[in-house]
Design a protein around this ligand. Structure first.
Ligand code: CP3
Length: 344
């Protein structure tokens, strides 16, 4: 088994693989009892991310249970603001928090120690590549500059990222500088993950969907394009998936605009439109995570619709966003079996 035979890498090169390879965003997480156990032992969520013994273990858990075609490094997009010393913490029941950044703080962001701070992540990647089955691809990831910036500006999650949208209108120069800084360090971070053994990387732009057309081009497409260009200048073979959640019709030019090999699609993307996007290259998605919670017919019908619409071209089967804590682990077994055409 060579790395070139990993199914996801074949799809990322534009091949149609049948049955399609499958992994799920947030596949390591609270829906798994074995994750909750390690999570409790680790203490804080960031300790879990920065302790290779724990991070390797929780990355492997869903691979052992389900035999997914890819493992995704266990970490978080917010390790970047943490490395920028924004006092990131994850509070039980509140989600992530950090010190909100002001326009006048941006020029002074200290980027010097970022990669040093993230060394445990690279060790986790190295150890994973050794421990994973040869046929399992290893995915690294980071957040897109826009999505990471939304948390840095508000200091926490918000329903519509109004604070970051407002900030961008009021302080366009500082905002552009923040995105440029994030793009630069995130590109370095991805290169380091690839060097440690990641087969491909995904860029998560979970909040792309709240941007207007002009801002989407400026704040979602452009920084990701620069990141991908910077990664490819150094690692020409790098395989990159870009996921712009909620981008809708703006996805039409997203692949070409960013240079991503594959684009991730959320569940609101109509399958007919997904098939159009697939004519230009590989796609990943897009089952509604709530179908995994619902199970039975809702799960089966959703899987069948995706397979029927999208298996004539290069597809990585995935959810349209992360799996949620309420999902029944048994439904994930059923999902994998159905995608692979196996009886349950
Ligand atoms: O299995 C995997 O997919 C790998 C691990 C992973 C996590 N976060 C672990 C995590 C990945 C790829 C992420 C990405 C991430 N983190 C995104 C982009 C994808 C998306 O879901 O939109 C975003 C926006 C974040 C920021 C973040 N991290 C939020 C908003 C939260 C709180 C919400 C929640 O689900 O609790 C987190 C915490 C987080 N990241 C958890 C996990 C497993 C849960 C925390 C816990 O276990 O206590």
């Amino acid at each position: 088994m060579t790395e070139n035979s990993r199914k996801i890498l074949k799809v990322l090169r534009g091949e149609t693989v049948s049955p399609p390879p499958v992994w799920l965003m947030r596949q390591a997480g609270r829906y798994l009892p074995e994750y909750r156990k390690v999570r409790a032992a680790a203490g804080s969520f960031l300790d879990l991310c920065y302790t290779p013994d724990f991070a390797v273990e929780v990355t492997l858990q869903p691979i052992r249970r389900y035999g997914f075609d890819a493992a995704i490094l266990f970490s978080d997009i917010l390790v970047i603001p943490d490395a920028l010393k924004r006092n990131v913490r994850f509070e039980e029941g509140h989600g992530p928090r950090m010190d909100p950044i002001a326009a006048e703080d941006i020029a002074g962001l200290d980027t010097l120690d970022v990669l040093d701070h993230l060394k445990p992540v690279f060790e986790t990647v190295q150890r994973l590549r050794i421990e994973l089955p040869a046929e399992t691809a290893l995915l690294g990831f980071c957040g897109a500059p826009w999505t990471v910036a939304t948390y840095m500006i508000a200091g926490h999650g918000t329903p519509d990222q109004a604070p970051a949208r407002l900030f961008a209108y009021k302080h366009p120069k500082e905002f552009e500088r923040l995105l440029a800084t994030l793009a630069e360090i995130s590109a370095d971070y991805l290169v380091a993950q690839i060097d440690a053994g990641a087969d491909a990387v995904q860029i998560f732009d979970s909040w792309a969907g709240v941007l207007g057309e002009t801002e989407f081009q400026r704040y979602a497409v452009e920084p990701v394009r620069r990141m991908i260009e910077s990664v490819r200048a150094r690692r020409p073979q790098a395989r990159i998936i870009a996921f712009a959640k909620g981008a809708g019709v703006l996805l039409k030019s997203y692949r070409q605009g960013t240079g991503a090999d594959a684009i991730g699609l959320d569940w609101s993307v109509p399958l007919s439109f997904a098939a159009e996007l697939q004519k230009d290259g590989p796609i990943q998605g897009n089952l509604d995570p709530m179908r995994v919670v619902a199970g039975s017919k809702a799960l089966e019908d959703g899987i069948d619709a995706v397979l029927q619409a999208l298996t004539n071209g290069p597809l990585i089967f995935n959810l349209g966003h992360g799996i949620t804590p309420q999902a029944d682990p048994e439904n994930v077994s059923r999902l994998v079996a159905r995608v692979r055409g196996q009886a349950t």
